[in-house]
Write a protein of this length. Structure first.
Lengths: 337, 339
C-alpha cells in the first residue's frame, strides 16, 4: 500500500498497464517532451524516459487527429490511452468520438471494437469559460461510449486499468482540483486527495458506484469535486441531526441505478450534485430514472444542485458562485427533509 | 475547364513506364473488377428507382479505375478506409457483391448485418472497417491504422480514400500532418471528381490541384489521370513500396469524374452536358478494354466471358439479397458495446 495523489495513481495505472501489455501506449499534447510537464497535469511525467517516445507519443496540437488516430490504432489491435489537455478541447474531437468511435462497432454489425481510453480534465479553476467545463453529460448521451469519473486515488488507478482493458471506448473524466499535481503544475485551491493505493494489480469495475458515507435521511449523489463538497455538507448536516448517505457514482455511463435506487428505498429522498450546468446534465438523467423507478419510495421531490445555465466565469468571486458549494447542497437537502 | 490542361487525352499505353508488366491473370482481374463495380452500381441504381432498396445511393460510376488501380497494388492485410461512396472500394478490396447488395437492402445477411447501410459498407475480415460518411472523418482513423503498423513492426499499409471536398476538412489537415511527421505507411488517395456534392473544385480551392498540398506537409504528392487504371496502379505501387519501406505517406490525387450525380436525388443541373460528354469519352473501362485489346495479348472473347460472369455474379447478389431475411427487430439493441 502506498500513499498517492490521483495524478500519481493515474501514472501508476498507466505504467503498470504499459508493462503488462505492449499494445498499450499514450498519445497527446506535451505528454512526453523532455523537460516538459508530463501532460497538463503531470500524469505522464517521467513515462517517456521509462517507455520511450514511441509509446509516449507527443502529438501536434491536433485534437481531432489524436482521437481519430487512437480509433484507427485501436481497430488495428493497439490499446491507446489518449490525453486531452483540457476537457473543453473534447469538442475539437467530438466528431471522432461521437460519430466514429461510438458507432463503428454498431455500423460493423458487431464485428470490430474500438478499445480506446480518452482522458480529460474537467472543472472550473480560474481559467475562464474555455478551460473549465464539466462535460460528462455530452458523452453520457452517446450510445457506444462508457464514461467514468474517478474521485479517489484508489479508483483512479483501478478505473483507468479497467478502461484500458475494456474493449469499448471509455472516457475518463478527471478533476483538476483533485489531481494533487505537484511542482509548477500545482493547482490553486486543490484538495489534498491523497489515498491508499495498493501496489498490486487491481481493477475497479466500470458501472459500479460506491457509498462513501452511510445515512438514513437523504441520498446525495455527487461525482468528482462535488463528492467532497457533498461529504462536507453531510458532516454539517449531521450536526443538525440529518444523516445523509453520499453516493459516488464513479461511472456515469452505464449508471449504477441499483445502488442509487436501493439507497432511496432507505432514505426516501434524493439530491444530485454536479458541476455541470443544470439543464440536461447527467443529473437530469439520474432524476428522471429515479422518478420512474423509485417513485413510490420517494417522500419528497428530487433536487438537483448544479452550476447555473451560464458559461463558467473567470473572476474568483463569480466562479465561487458558479460552482456548487457546501451551502447550496445543504439548502437543497433542507428544502426536502 | 481545368481537365483540358490535365493531359488526360494521352493514350493509356504512352504512360506505361518502368513498372514490371502485370501477369495476364491480374489484368483480367482488374478488368473484371471494374466491370463488376460498374454493373453493381447500375443495378443498385435500377433497384433504387424501382423502390426495391431503401436509403440513398452515392454511385461510383466513372471512378472505377481508382479503386481497382489502388487495390491491385495492395494486399489483403492492408487496411482501407472509405467514404460515403464506398461500394467500389469495397468490391475492389474483396467484400462480396452479395454482402454489399444485402446491406443495401438492409438485410441480416448484409456486410454490416443491416446496421450500416450503403454509406458504411465494409468488412473487417478483409481489413476494411465500415466506411465513414463524415467527410474527412476517415483520414485520422486511417492514420491510426498506419500508426499501428509502425508500432507493431508490421509491414501492412493503410489506404485512405477521400474526395476533393474532404481536403478542406480540418481532420484531413491534422491527420496528414501527423502521418507526415511520423512517416506513417499511409496512402492518401484523393478522388478528385471535380465536385464536392454540387460545388465545383475551383470554388473551393485557390490552388489547381489537391496534390499541391503535399508540399506543405513535406510529403510526396502527385496528380494523375484517375481514369487510367494502369497509371493509378503504377503510382500506387510506388507509394505502397515507399510506405512499406518506412518512408512515409504519399498523396495521390486521381483526377476523375463522377458520371452520376452526387446522390440519387441529384439532377446534375450545375454542370454542362458537354462536360459530361467530355468525361464519358474518357470512360475508364472503355479505355482499359481498348488497352487490353490493342496492347496486350487479350481478345474480345475473353473479356466478353468476364462480362457474362459479372452479370451472373450481380444476378446472384440481387437474388441473395432479396431472399435474405430482414434483421430481427430485437437486433436494434445489439452490437453497441462489446461485452
Amino acid at each position: 500500500m502506498a500513499k498517492m495523489t490521483i495524478a500519481e495513481a493515474l501514472r501508476q495505472a498507466i505504467r503498470e498497464e504499459m508493462q503488462r501489455d505492449e499494445r498499450v501506449f499514450c498519445l497527446g499534447e506535451d505528454i512526453g517532451i523532455p523537460g516538459g510537464f508530463g501532460g497538463a497535469f503531470t500524469v505522464t511525467l517521467g513515462l517517456s524516459e521509462e517507455f520511450g517516445h514511441e509509446r509516449i507519443l507527443d502529438t501536434p496540437i491536433s485534437e481531432a487527429a489524436i482521437a481519430g488516430i487512437a480509433i484507427g490504432a485501436a481497430i488495428a489491435g493497439m490499446r491507446p490511452i489518449a490525453d486531452v489537455q483540457y476537457g473543453d478541447f473534447l469538442f475539437n474531437m467530438m466528431d471522432q468520438l461521437a460519430n466514429e468511435a461510438a458507432k463503428l462497432r454498431y455500423m460493423s454489425g458487431g464485428t470490430l471494437s474500438v478499445p480506446l481510453v480518452m482522458r480529460a480534465p474537467v472543472g472550473a479553476t480560474a481559467r475562464g469559460a474555455q478551460h473549465a467545463q464539466s462535460l460528462e453529460a455530452f458523452f453520457t448521451h452517446v450510445p457506444g461510449l462508457k464514461v467514468v469519473c474517478p474521485a479517489t486515488a484508489y479508483d483512479a488507478k483501478g478505473l483507468l486499468k479497467s478502461a484500458v482493458r475494456d474493449d469499448n471506448p471509455v472516457l475518463v473524466f478527471e478533476h483538476k482540483l483533485l489531481y494533487g499535481s505537484k511542482g509548477a503544475r500545482t493547482e490553486k485551491g486543490t484538495l489534498s486527495i491523497v489515498g491508499d493505493v495498493p501496489e498490486d494489480d487491481y481493477t475497479v469495475p466500470i458501472g459500479k458506484g460506491v457509498i462513501r458515507r452511510e445515512g438514513k435521511d437523504v441520498t446525495i449523489v455527487a461525482n468528482l469535486l462535488m463528492l467532497y463538497r457533498a461529504l462536507s455538507a453531510a458532516e454539517t448536516l449531521a450536526q443538525q441531526g440529518i444523516e445523509a448517505e453520499v453516493i459516488d457514482p464513479r461511472t456515469l455511463l452505464p449508471l449504477d441505478e441499483e445502488l442509487i435506487f436501493n439507497s432511496i428505498k432507505k432514505t426516501g429522498r434524493l439530491v444530485i450534485v454536479e458541476e455541470d450546468n443544470l439543464t440536461n446534465g447527467w443529473g437530469a438523467e439520474v432524476a428522471a430514472r429515479m422518478a420512474d423507478k423509485a417513485f413510490f419510495w420517494l417522500d419528497a421531490p428530487i433536487k438537483r444542485v448544479a452550476a447555473p445555465d451560464v458559461p463558467p466565469p473567470f473572476a474568483p468571486v463569480l466562479e465561487r458562485n458558479y460552482v456548487p458549494n457546501e451551502e447550496k447542497i445543504i439548502q437543497a437537502v433542507l428544502s426536502i427533509v | 475547364m481545368k481537365e483540358k490542361e490535365m493531359n488526360l487525352t494521352q493514350d493509356q499505353a504512352q504512360t506505361e513506364s518502368a513498372y514490371p508488366s502485370l501477369p495476364k491473370e491480374k489484368l483480367l482481374w482488374m478488368y473484371r473488377t471494374m466491370v463488376l463495380i460498374r454493373r453493381f452500381e447500375e443495378t443498385a441504381n435500377d433497384l433504387y428507382m424501382q423502390g426495391r432498396i431503401p436509403s440513398t445511393l452515392h454511385l461510383y460510376i466513372g471512378q472505377e479505375a481508382v479503386a481497382v488501380g489502388i487495390s491491385a497494388a495492395i494486399r489483403r492485410e492492408d487496411y482501407v478506409m472509405s467514404t460515403h461512396r464506398p461500394h467500389g472500394h469495397a468490391l475492389a478490396k474483396g467484400v462480396s457483391a452479395k454482402a454489399i447488395m444485402a446491406e443495401l437492402f438492409g438485410k441480416a445477411s448484409g456486410a454490416c448485418k443491416g446496421k450500416g447501410g450503403s454509406m458504411h459498407v465494409g468488412d473487417i475480415a478483409v481489413n476494411m472497417p465500415p466506411a465513414i460518411a463524415i467527410v474527412g472523418g476517415n483520414v485520422p482513423i486511417a492514420a491510426g491504422l498506419a500508426l499501428a503498423a509502425k508500432m507493431q513492426r508490421k509491414d501492412f499499409v493503410s489506404v485512405c480514400y477521400f474526395g476533393d471536398g474532404a481536403a478542406n476538412e480540418g481532420d484531413w489537415h491534422e491527420a496528414v500532418n501527423c502521418a507526415a511527421i511520423w512517416n506513417l505507411p499511409l496512402l492518401l488517395v484523393c478522388e478528385n471528381n471535380l465536385y464536392a456534392a454540387s460545388t465545383p473544385f475551383n470554388k473551393a480551392f485557390k490552388i489547381d490541384y489537391v496534390a499541391q498540398r503535399s508540399e506543405a506537409y513535406g510529403i510526396p504528392g502527385t496528380s494523375i489521370d484517375g481514369n487510367d487504371v494502369m497509371e493509378v496502379f503504377r503510382t500506387a505501387y510506388e507509394a505502397v513500396a515507399r510506405a512499406r519501406r518506412g518512408d512515409g505517406p504519399t498523396l495521390i490525387e486521381c483526377l476523375t469524374y463522377r458520371q452520376c450525380g452526387h446522390s440519387r436525388s441529384d439532377p446534375r443541373t450545375y454542370r454542362s452536358k458537354e462536360e459530361e460528354e467530355f468525361w464519358k469519352a474518357k470512360d475508364p473501362i472503355l479505355r482499359f478494354k481498348n488497352y487490353l485489346l490493342t496492347k496486350k495479348d487479350i481478345d474480345e472473347k475473353e473479356l466478353s466471358a468476364l462480362d457474362v460472369s459479372v452479370e451472373e455474379e450481380i444476378k446472384e447478389a440481387v437474388e441473395f439479397a432479396e431472399a435474405s431475411p430482414e434483421p430481427d427487430p430485437a437486433e436494434v439493441y445489439t452490437d453497441v458495446l462489446k461485452e
